[in-house]
Design a protein around this ligand. Sequence first.
Ligand code: ADP
Ligand code: ZN
Length: 207
Amino acid sequence: MKNIVMLGAPGAGKGTQSALIAKEYGIPHISTGDILRRNIKEGTELGKLAKSYIDAGALVPDEVVIGIVADRLSEADAKNGYVLDGFPRTIAQAEALDKVAKIDVAINIVVGFDVIVNRLSGRRVCVCGATYHTSTLGGRTTCSVCGKELFIRDDDKPETVKARLETYEKQTAPLIGYYANAGILVDVDATGTIEQDFEKIKKVLND
Ligand code: ADP
Ligand code: ZN
């Protein structure tokens, strides 16, 4: 299977689609956001460092996340493909990634600003990693995977969302040009249902 990078603004649906890709093709879903949040929850040194950046809608320093991802990619289950979600987020991260891996395809999830705001404001998450949207929960407040109570991510608060979108435009959007130059960028319009969007992504990956 391929080594896949997922691009797209916060709230575009990278996490949801990455999880579906991982399941469909039996490859690991490597999300730097999930790794950082797990460290925050467990109160590790890394978690303490990351929290201040994340809560401000800023990026955790490149050298920190690059180290995390390089370690993760050296594990055995990453030998037969993986889907990277939330990494790289800067040109420096992309260049560092190119030194330790060969990326086959970068899928850029394209959605409008209104969709992003709606997805982020309705997002509910579980400690197990499952993600939901209020529009499909029908008032339910617990996780259908593990039964725990769902919560709103701290960085989904409106003030932080604005900062995250600015960070995206400034630091992450340039990656679209980076992977277009490398000849491996594919734009996927992701304004449909989760299933419709995933069908489009599968077509790209099965090519
Ligand atoms: P989203 O894509 O919905 O904004 P993520 O879960 O991917 O959320 O990331 C949440 C936060 O974790 C980011 O806003 C950022 O502060 C931090 N983070 C995640 N991945 C990276 C990365 N590759 N480089 C720097 N910071 C990161
Ligand atoms: Zn759960």
